[in-house]
Design a protein around this ligand. Structure first.
Ligand SMILES: Cc1ncc(COP(=O)(O)O)c(C=O)c1O
Length: 355
């Protein structure tokens, strides 16, 4: 690694205590990775103490939302610390950056960032199954200029948060028939801040109704299922696995892709297809759809116990169904090093001596 390490990093790490109650994404590790890009030329990366950013109030990111990010985890394993398919996150971040006319973070620099932060924060990774070090790489346009054009300067960061799983329990999901989180031809398949901003009003509304998450419909036809605000959607019908086909407004989840591979390996029939919401609800009501669950890096797999909309409630089992349970165990066993990594997904992190 050609990463420079700020001499103050050691003291920041020494002075940090991991709190007993972690939650998700609210405890920040005391160090962060930073690199800059000016006119297309990237600096080397550096590891520095975690600190507020200094941004010009006219920075493009603050006005025109030139900002994309990733979500991934470093896992504690018997052999040390490993990342799960980090190259998939590097590729997706490059795709998101390109969609917003930003320079892609070169993959070696992205890897330096996530590996360096994971190595220096190894002692902060919680040990219980399902817990991990959540990594948040992000890229922002920093040029101070109010014209609507792409920034000439960028900053790339990786921050980290020792975390529990995002939503370990079952979820009550509201079918969002009014708002859309992404437009046809828009940025739904990129991981950009604006998509999440557009989802917040829906979430605030449904929380008042006693629900946890919005289920987004395709913004073009308003009738087929896309995904949840931060997770992909799966349903089990007659013992077969169904998930919406990628269509430009769905984020291609690393967990989604990995579950599809695991499910095929386990002998399940898998369908990537358009799922009509009214058909889905009828199949839940008749019992043909026996399980529905959401998946993502943060949530892993969370069962959906209720699908609701203005017309009524469609109840599923509150406990994880057998298919969700089997897939969740298979995935976590690989991520946490308990089973053979047959797909070669895990990337070990070289440890550093902090003394
Ligand atoms: C909108 C959206 N869909 C799906 C996912 C799941 O993606 P992954 O499995 O890569 O975490 C996420 C989380 O990153 C997300 O934000």
């Amino acid at each position: 690694m050609s990463v420079s390490i700020d001499p103050a990093v050691a003291a920041s790490l020494r002075g940090f205590e991991v709190p007993e109650k972690l939650g998700f994404g609210s405890v920040m590790a005391p160090v962060m990775f930073r690199a800059t890009c000016q006119d297309g030329v990237w600096s080397g990366g550096e590891l520095v103490p975690y600190a507020p950013l200094s941004l010009d109030p006219a920075a493009k990111v603050l006005h025109y939302a030139q900002s994309c990010f990733e979500g991934m985890k470093a896992y504690r394993t018997a052999g040390g610390v490993s990342l799960f398919r980090p190259e998939r996150n590097a590729h997706r971040m490059a795709y998101s950056a390109e969609r917003l006319c930003m320079p892609a973070v070169p993959e070696p620099l992205f890897m330096d960032g996530v590996k360096t932060v994971s190595a220096y924060c190894a002692n902060l990774i919680p040990a219980n199954s399902g817990e991990s070090l959540y990594l948040r790489p992000f890229l922002i346009g920093t040029q101070p200029d109010l014209s609507v054009s792409a920034s000439t300067s960028y900053e790339f960061y990786v921050i980290a948060s020792p975390s529990e799983a995002y939503h370990a329990g079952n979820m009550r999901v509201w079918v969002e028939r009014d708002d859309a989180r992404a437009a046809v031809g828009g940025t739904g398949d990129a991981k950009v801040g604006g998509n999440y901003a557009a989802s917040l009003q829906s979430i605030a509304r449904l929380k008042k109704r006693g629900f946890d998450q919005s289920l987004w419909l395709n913004p073009g036809n308003r009738h087929t299922v896309d995904e949840l605000s931060g997770m992909n959607f799966f349903a089990v019908m007659d013992g077969e696995l169904h998930t919406p086909a990628l269509n430009g407004s769905i984020l291609e989840g690393v967990t989604r892709e990995s579950l599809l591979m695991l499910a095929r390996e386990q002998g399940y029939t898998v369908h990537e297809r358009d799922i009509d919401i009214d058909d889905l609800m009828a199949l839940v009501r008749s019992g043909t759809c026996s399980e529905a669950f959401a998946c993502g890096t943060a949530a892993i797999i969370s069962p959906i116990s209720v699908l609701g909309d203005g017309n009524g409630l469609y109840e599923l089992s509150a406990a994880p169904g057998p298919v969700a349970e089997r897939l969740r165990s298979a995935l976590l066993d690989i991520q946490e090093g308990r089973s053979e990594d047959a797909f070669g997904w895990m990337v070990p992190v070289d440890m550093v001596n902090l003394d």
